[in-house]
Ligand binder design. Structure first.
Ligand code: CA
Ligand code: CA
Ligand code: CA
Ligand code: ZN
Length: 344
């Protein structure tokens, strides 16, 4: 009898262990952990890739090519023309700020001269998923300050800009709302969430964390502020902030990338090999986004000088592999700040 009971217990233990080990990661949601279950790697050992909403892609490439990496919109000709007009008008009116205030591409501010107030809005599910602690928000601020200072990694290929911008945590709201937690780009839920939570003015960064709606993140652009001030800001998947296990997108570079859009930068692959691309002269044109972590730069636009800037925060490579803004991007952010955000 004793033996039988022992064997039975062993069988039960084995059964439980097998059941637990075979549970898909999404099912751990039911356990109501404080931050998880998105707290799993994006890139799986077998090469498949799990999107922020749990969707499994065949590969990291398939994930990136699905557009899930960033849902910020690509500029069209109208946007680019409008921005050029706005910048010219601001300069003619002597508006904006900065000590040079004049020519294209000029640096307007000193290193770290501008401190941006960041209002975090942590939106989480009823089971606690996504309710990340303040320590992770502070880690995100620290990451952005490192990135915007040009100090992300000691291995540079060319100079990383020490930009004009630094960030400080100015406030945190926490909201349990399952609909807003799932809100994706362009959704009614997003509009509702931002209308309810937005704080500050054009020179304050509203930084929402939720499921990302299946994306890593997205941003609004400076020239959109006047038309929709309450919608201004960035939304990031909560596990993209430092401290999660969402490899290889868990070092806070998503927040840096989205804040780059918020400061007026486009993707380095904007427009491919043609036209003005991202509007920045010192980021070589590239045909399409680079993903993963290349060991060697490609040259996908042979007719344009320079190798693909895969190490740039505004490309799509892995967090450990993107580590710089260019000097031209730094200048552009100054111009956008002066034109659209400073004192507005
Ligand atoms: Ca460029
Ligand atoms: Ca080239
Ligand atoms: Ca990085
Ligand atoms: Zn983007």
């Amino acid at each position: 009898m004793k033996f039988k009971l022992g064997a039975l217990l062993a069988l039960i233990t084995l059964g439980v262990a097998l059941t637990l080990s075979s549970l898909p990661t999404t099912n751990t949601r039911a356990q109501g952990r404080q931050y998880g279950p998105g707290d799993h790697p994006g890139l799986q050992a077998d090469g498949t890739f799990r999107a922020p909403d749990g969707t499994l892609f065949d590969s990291q490439r398939a994930f990136v090519e699905s557009g899930r990496r960033c849902a910020s919109k690509n500029a069209d000709d109208q946007d680019i023309e409008q921005i050029e007009r706005d910048v010219k008008n601001a300069r003619r009116a002597g508006g904006g700020s900065g000590n040079l205030g004049g020519t294209d591409g000029a640096r307007l501010y000193a290193n770290g001269q501008i401190t941006i107030n960041v209002y975090f809005h942590v939106v989480y599910r009823a089971d606690g998923t996504g309710n990340i602690p303040d320590s992770r928000l502070d880690a995100q601020i620290a990451a952005m300050n490192e990135h915007y200072s040009g100090l992300d990694t000691p291995v540079y290929r060319g100079a990383a800009a020490n930009t004009s911008f630094r960030f400080v945590r100015a406030g945190v709201t926490r909201t349990q709302n399952d609909t807003w937690y799932a809100a994706g780009p362009g959704s009614a839920a997003q509009t509702q969430m931002k209308n309810a939570l937005h704080q500050g003015t054009a020179d304050d960064l509203n930084f929402y964390t939720n499921s990302g709606g299946g994306y890593l993140g997205w941003a609004t652009f400076p020239n959109e502020y006047a038309g929709a001030p309450l919608q201004d800001g960035i939304v990031c998947y909560w596990a993209s902030l430092p401290g999660s296990n969402y490899v290889p997108y868990n070092e806070g570079d998503t927040g840096t990338h989205e804040a780059g859009h918020w400061l007026g930068l486009y993707h380095t692959f904007q427009g491919g090999c043609l036209g003005s691309g991202d509007g920045v002269a010192d980021t070589p044109a590239e045909r399409a986004a680079t993903y993963g972590c290349p060991t060697k730069a490609q040259d996908t636009c042979k007719q344009n000088a320079g190798l693909d800037p895969y190490e740039n925060f505004m490309d799509y490579t892995d967090d450990p592999c993107m580590y710089k803004f260019s000097l031209g991007q730094s200048d552009r952010m100054d111009t956008m700040w002066s034109t659209y955000r400073f004192g507005k």
